[in-house]
Design a protein around this ligand. Structure first.
Ligand SMILES: *[C@@H]1O[C@H](CO)[C@@H](O)[C@H](O)[C@H]1NC(C)=O
Ligand SMILES: *[C@@H]1O[C@H](CO)[C@@H](O)[C@H](O)[C@H]1NC(C)=O
Ligand SMILES: *[C@@H]1O[C@H](CO)[C@@H](O)[C@H](O)[C@H]1NC(C)=O
Ligand SMILES: *[C@@H]1O[C@H](CO)[C@@H](O)[C@H](O)[C@H]1NC(C)=O
Ligand SMILES: *[C@@H]1O[C@H](CO)[C@@H](O)[C@H](O)[C@H]1NC(C)=O
Length: 456
């Protein structure tokens, strides 16, 4: 008891914290750059002997896709191109032999949602006019299109009347599960590709996926987005909700609304936004409903709020009438997120002292820093802080419509088509949903004002 009280007292005495004046654009950018600096310190893929595009353990491959998407957003919103080189190098290194973000090192354990998260990063690059690959190389938009084509080919009508399975290969645990993350990245890709190209193949699939999610009960009448269904019991829905799924379905719906102005998509945007407000907002800030209160979020879940912040920000631009609802929420979340970047750590954190971001943005017992740190925490905080920047600052004449309908400055290179993945033999059993949690066995040792507290 007394020791706990002492630790808490010292936590409170932390000299760090990222102080941002949210009425001053320079201050916001400065704060964002501090968070980004601490974030990229977790990444060493550009160093000699390391593999570009890969984060070290305990982070799975999908999370480096999430990292690059957030760094693209960071550049688009702030104009700071410090991390463009590592981002471009990492994305291009992982393109894979079939030009579809299935590099051989990953295919044995790669799932549809993993591939889709990377494809969304490529799509964000195309949308925001992120510096293009060389003219004779595959372009960002082509990469996103190739993954879309893969996902179409995997649409499975044999069970549950449609949908994508979580896993790509039968030998992986989770092949018998159809989840909202896989279908959600597919949906978001389709919707945003439609906005970019107006090719009706994309709008057809956006509608198809959304309607399937509703039919099977994964999107409820009140627009809650549930986790998934087992293919042998399609009527039984796993009702866990996570903020990433809500964020990607909202983002794609807003893109479809923007492209069509239809009342059908407006209804979906409004419903999903209400769902976000009722499930993922507490004390006026975003929170991870399924696990944050209990402190049980695993490494994957610790990065989901970044997707929700991105989805909300994009929605406020693609469906501008939602801005008056969304902007205050993003601002209060960003303020709380920056305040939670107040940890003093050694070893695990190589960013500026006193600025490591905690996971929860809701103060507990007066404490703003909860001691949970990592790539996900930095991603979430960075996405929240940059979401408050209006009008973006990216180079290339982009006027801030980073995630809207602009064609960006990416040049249209030769359109290389996706090769088939071919048969893959797994030498290592990839982690299943359950073991993903256990994989986070690394203990973070956090030094707080001289008191060493072992976490997890
Ligand atoms: C890797 O990227 C970081 C961040 O941009 C940079 O500070 C570092 O110098 C780079 N390392 C190499 C070997 O280029
Ligand atoms: C695959 O792994 C090998 C060995 O670590 C590495 O040299 C190579 O760069 C990796 N390729 C990709 C695309 O990650
Ligand atoms: C529309 O997109 C689909 C799917 O990627 C593609 O097969 C088709 O060629 C595209 N149509 C046009 C006119 O570009
Ligand atoms: C689509 O997005 C653009 C850019 O944010 C916006 O100006 C336009 O009003 C949006 N269209 C609709 C139908 O809301
Ligand atoms: C993007 O470029 C294509 C081809 O030039 C054009 O047809 C389309 O209207 C453009 N989209 C937007 C949103 O400007």
């Amino acid at each position: 008891m007394q020791r706990a009280a002492l630790a808490v007292a010292l936590l409170g005495a932390s000299v760090g914290a990222i102080k941002i004046d949210f009425t001053d654009a320079a201050s916001v950018k400065n704060g964002a750059s501090t968070i980004a600096y601490g974030l990229v310190k977790y990444y060493s893929g550009n160093e000699t002997g390391q593999v570009p595009g890969i984060l070290p353990e305990p982070y799975y491959w999908w999370e480096s896709g999430a990292l690059f998407n957030t760094l693209i957003d960071y550049w688009a919103q702030t104009g700071d191109d410090t991390y463009n080189a590592v981002t471009k190098q990492g994305l291009l290194w992982q393109v894979g032999e079939g030009n579809n973000l299935m590099p051989v090192n990953q295919t044995a354990s790669e799932a549809n949602d993993d591939q889709g998260v990377w494809a969304l990063a490529a799509l964000s690059a195309a949308e925001s006019g992120f510096p293009s690959p060389a003219a004779d190389q595959l372009q960002w938009l082509d990469l996103a299109k190739n993954v879309f084509d893969d996902l179409v080919a995997r649409w499975d009508t044999k069970t549950c009347g449609g949908g994508l399975r979580w896993q790509i290969f039968t030998f992986n645990a989770g092949y018998d599960y159809k989840n909202s993350a896989s279908n959600g990245v597919f949906f978001d890709l389709a919707a945003r590709l439609y906005l970019q190209t107006k090719n009706s193949t994309y709008s057809h699939w956006a509608s198809e996926v959304f309607e399937w999610e509703q039919k099977v009960g994964l999107i409820s009448d009140s627009y809650d987005v549930f986790d998934g269904v087992r293919t042998e019991a399609c009527g039984t829905v796993d009702k866990i909700q996570n903020s990433m799924n809500a964020g990607i379905f909202l983002h794609g719906s807003a893109a479809m609304y923007n492209a069509t102005s239809s009342s059908e998509w407006k209804t979906r945007v409004d419903g999903l936004l209400k769902g976000v407000q009722s499930t993922f907002v507490k004390d006026n800030v975003l929170f991870e409903a399924a696990c944050e209160g209990q402190g049980t979020c695993n490494v994957d879940m610790q990065g989901y709020k970044s997707f929700l912040a991105r989805g909300l920000k994009a929605t406020s631009e693609l469906a501008p009438y939602t801005g008056q609802t969304i902007r205050p929420l993003l601002l209060s979340s960003a303020k709380a997120a920056a305040a939670a970047c107040a940890g003093t750590t050694t070893k695990m954190y190589l960013g500026k002292p006193g600025t490591v971001c905690g996971f929860s943005w809701i103060a507990k017992n007066g404490q703003v820093f909860d001691g949970k740190i990592g790539v996900g925490e930095q991603l979430n905080a960075l996405s929240a802080v940059i979401s408050t920047i209006s009008g973006g600052a990216a180079a290339g004449g982009d006027d801030g419509e980073g995630s809207s309908g602009g064609n960006g400055t990416s040049t249209a290179g030769p359109s290389k088509t996706s090769g088939t993945a071919g048969p893959v033999t797994a030498s290592v059993k990839p982690p299943s949903a359950g073991t993903r949690v256990a994989a986070n066995a690394v203990a973070a040792v956090v030094v707080l004002g001289g008191v060493v507290v072992g976490l997890l």
